[in-house]
Design a protein around this ligand. Structure first.
Ligand code: GLN
Length: 249
């Protein structure tokens, strides 16, 4: 059986290259000799209800509204989650998973999918730049995550959602010192990059959550070493950039 990584509505939620998250998830399964395919669905096409992982990316406000309408009309994402699929949503995708978000200078309120107990409202300033967060894995160990954020909405969590990570550099949710939210099998957060090529441990976490099993490390020492070298380099760059910004204040 081929595992389906479903990349949802690239024509609406594709302006930040978040489709790279789908490529990484499929590749990390294939490197472990597991069958995987990336399935791209566009509005008007049925969202398959047998996806292993569903991905929503970042996009502009109007596209975000259109994506909610199309997903509600289709129903496949909800069925896929009921069947045990995992949803990983970034930025606009994260916001639209919540109860509501605002759009435009008049802060018009739009309903979201209600998959995460969060609400998004226009923040005090636009959050643009590198972001570095601390993520505690299920086994209690901590990992650093780097990415790039660009959003005007700030997100507040209700009691059914748990923050995903705490922010060291950047803004994230903008309300609580955290970035992202987790609820059941849905994870939403702000960083692009895309985030999964930059943070392979997070990609493996999503796969393990979806498969319900612990995965063996990928048996490619040189590849793993290069990924780790790049990750450490990005962490260094984010921290150096932050320090420079602080010095010029
Ligand atoms: N429209 C949303 C905001 O600005 C999301 C932007 C994005 O996906 N980068 O808050």
């Amino acid at each position: 059986m081929s595992h389906k990584i479903v990349v949802v509505y690239q024509s609406l939620l594709g302006i930040y290259g978040d489709r790279g998250n789908g490529m990484v998830l499929a590749k990390r399964l294939q490197w472990r000799d597991l069958d995987a395919e990336v399935v791209n669905v566009e509005p008007g096409e049925p969202v398959p209800d047998d996806g292993l992982i569903y991905l929503l990316g970042g996009g502009e406000d109007l596209a975000q509204i259109a994506a909610v309408k199309a997903l509600e009309a289709d129903g496949g994402l909800h069925r896929g989650l009921d069947a045990g699929g995992v949803l990983f949503a970034v930025c606009a995708g994260y916001q639209l998973c919540g109860h509501s978000f605002t759009v435009g200078d008049n802060d018009e309120v739009f309903g979201g999918l209600g998959l995460l107990d969060v609400e998004t409202r226009r923040g005090s300033e636009r959050a643009v730049g590198e972001i570095l967060t601390h993520w505690t894995r299920p086994d209690g160990t901590e990992d650093l995550i780097t990415g790039f954020e660009n959003h005007g909405g700030f997100t507040s969590l209700g009691s059914d959602a748990t923050p995903f990570a705490s922010v060291e550099v950047g803004v994230g949710n903008g309300t609580d010192g955290h970035d992202g939210a987790v609820q059941d099998r849905v994870i939403g957060l702000y960083p692009h990059g895309p985030i999964l090529p930059r943070n392979p441990a997070l990609a493996d976490h999503l796969l393990e959550l979806a498969l319900g099993t612990k995965l063996e490390p990928i048996d490619r020492p040189e590849l793993n070493a290069e990924h780790e070298r790049l990750r450490q380099e990005r962490i260094r760059i984010v921290r150096t950039t932050r320090n420079r910004a602080e010095q010029t204040r």
